[in-house]
Design a protein around this ligand. Structure first.
Ligand SMILES: [Zn+2]
Length: 135
């Protein structure tokens, strides 16, 4: 019997805030993790880089699942950033504009047309470059 389960470093993170967010994300998936070197790094990204950042460790048997969770975390964050910046997710155009927000008109359509209204999607953003529309 092992007294302590074997752990493995799955990610190095320069920012303490980010490390904590990742840890919380893993916790939500019931993966126990620990941070190594977080006190040395603190909130100083320069120092963090010198020390190789904060190391996120999980138990060996959780490593694969944890890596998938981290990937999901960064993917979700990237999408969130794209939404905020209104960059086209298809062609990368940065000058996308916001279409008129659906308001009472949408509500009325849904009330009167029911599910039929879902055939007319309301997009929030429009790309002038590739004509892509998205929410
Ligand atoms: Zn585009």
């Amino acid at each position: 019997m092992q007294e302590q389960a074997e752990t493995v470093v799955i990610q190095s993170i320069a920012l303490h805030e980010e490390a904590v967010m990742l840890q919380m994300h893993l916790q939500a998936h019931e993966i126990r993790s620990e941070l190594e070197g977080e006190y040395a790094v603190g909130n100083d990204p320069v120092l963090g880089n010198i020390n190789g950042g904060i190391r996120l460790k999980v138990q060996v048997e959780d490593a694969d699942e944890a890596r998938a969770c981290i990937q999901e975390f960064y993917q979700a964050r990237k999408e969130e950033e794209l939404r905020k910046k209104k960059i086209c997710p298809t062609c990368g155009e940065e000058e996308c504009f916001v279409l008129e927000q659906p308001t009472w008109h949408t509500l009325l359509s849904i009330l009167t047309l029911g599910l039929f209204a879902s055939l007319f999607p309301f997009y929030r953003y429009h790309c002038p470059e590739c004509e892509h529309r998205w929410n």
